[in-house]
Ligand binder design. Structure first.
Ligand SMILES: [Zn+2]
Length: 379
């Protein structure tokens, strides 16, 4: 069942991005966390349809927990700081206590929650339920996180990669609701991704089957270095970090831009500085945003040819204001055009390339959705 009408979003999830000058001063990742908070409405128990599922989305900065009904409608939500230095058992205790409070606040009984979905960053081992070595959570190595949460809560827990969970969230109640197969790229400090084919998340043999940011787009020996240590990966060209790097290189090479003053003033540039300058008509900044779209198209064309998906969804904070913003629309249109130029027409003609809808809610919603899938399979 595809409950496509279940979304109850404020549509301008990201468009506030350019309204708050103070945030423009901050580092992109900080900004990401700030606006990447929840935008979903919460409905009452009376308006919801059981059974209920909990979704947990573990991030480097915060852990988000939501309870949703059978249609993906949210009946409860909370988040708290990850504090990874306190270790996984501490986090699991907080997850359990938070979930208990949410159950109470939503007028549910503990037994109303039939399954929990848990999304964490990799590296991970999905079949055994271990979080292995996540770079953003140094205190969380080699821990049986799935079974520990199951023991603490007494519920079955489904374990997933965070980006895969976000893709499933969009597939379930976001941009992907009318599609059977989607590829989602999350554009932020890095480039993440998730692939859903015929309703199944592609996890792969080693739990890292949808590492969309690490596909090769440049084979030159001096190709850009990726955060993973290898060269030529999409993330090294199309992430917010890469955008800033390319901008700094152009400025150092003497290209004229209002960003030159900004770099001198602050000794650094952020992706938001570039977005603001592009919106103000700065040619270098606008060109860099369009170049980012062209790089993304290289990666997207590869996914198109391998998977032939019905939708390609762009999530993450680097959406240049999204559909509510002219720059966001230019960015999206350029991605569509550049992708069409290098993709077989039979594949590209009907594909839908769109921005994601769920913003920072996608992860825990998708985790809950995966728990629901697993629950339905067991019935
Ligand atoms: Zn890489």
């Amino acid at each position: 069942m595809r409950p496509s009408e279940a979304t109850c979003l404020g549509s301008a999830t990201i468009s506030r991005s350019f309204e708050v000058d103070a945030i423009l001063e901050q580092d992109y990742s900080v900004y990401y966390q700030k606006i990447w908070d929840s935008a979903l409405e919460t409905v009452t128990r009376e308006d919801a349809s059981p059974p209920f599922f909990a979704g947990v989305d573990v991030g480097g900065t915060s852990i988000k927990i939501g309870i949703v009904d059978d249609q993906g409608l949210r009946v409860g939500y909370a988040s708290f700081p990850t504090e990874d230095e306190k270790g996984v058992p501490y986090a699991i205790e907080r997850m359990k206590n938070t979930l208990d409070s949410l159950v109470q606040e939503a007028n549910l009984a503990s037994g109303d929650i039939v399954a929990i979905g848990l999304g964490t960053p990799g590296t991970m081992d999905i079949p055994t339920g271990y979080i292995v070595n996540p770079p953003n959570l140094p205190g969380w190595r080699n821990y049986p996180i799935r079974d520990s949460l199951a023991k603490a809560t007494g519920k079955p827990v489904v374990f997933a990669n965070d980006a895969g969970a976000a893709a499933f969230g969009e597939f379930w109640i976001g941009s992907g609701t009318s599609h059977q197969s989607i590829v989602m790229l999350t554009l932020g400090t890095g480039v993440g991704g998730g692939i859903i084919i015929d309703g199944q998340s592609v996890d792969g043999e080693n739990s890292h089957g949808s590492e969309c940011g690490h596909i090769v787009v440049d084979t030159a020996p001096d190709a850009r270095l990726c955060s993973c240590g290898l060269r030529g990966h999409l993330e090294a060209y199309a992430s917010a970090t890469a955008l800033v790097k390319r901008c700094e290189e152009s400025l150092k090479a003497g290209v004229k831009s209002q960003l030159g003053d900004r770099l001198q003033e602050k000794n650094k540039i952020t992706a938001l500085d570039i977005a603001s300058a592009a919106e103000a008509g700065d040619q270098l900044a606008f060109g860099l945003v369009m170049e980012t779209a062209d790089y993304l198209a290289l990666g997207i064309a590869n996914f198109m040819h391998i998977i032939d998906p019905s939708a390609l969804i762009l999530g993450g904070a680097m959406n240049f204001g999204g559909p509510a913003n002219e720059l966001g629309n230019n960015f999206l249109e350029r991605i569509r055009e550049s992708t069409r130029k290098i993709t077989l027409p039979i594949i590209s003609k009907n594909v839908s390339i769109e921005f994601a809808l769920l913003g920072g809610d996608a992860g825990y919603i998708g985790a809950a959705g995966l728990a629901r899938e697993s629950y339905l399979r067991r019935q």
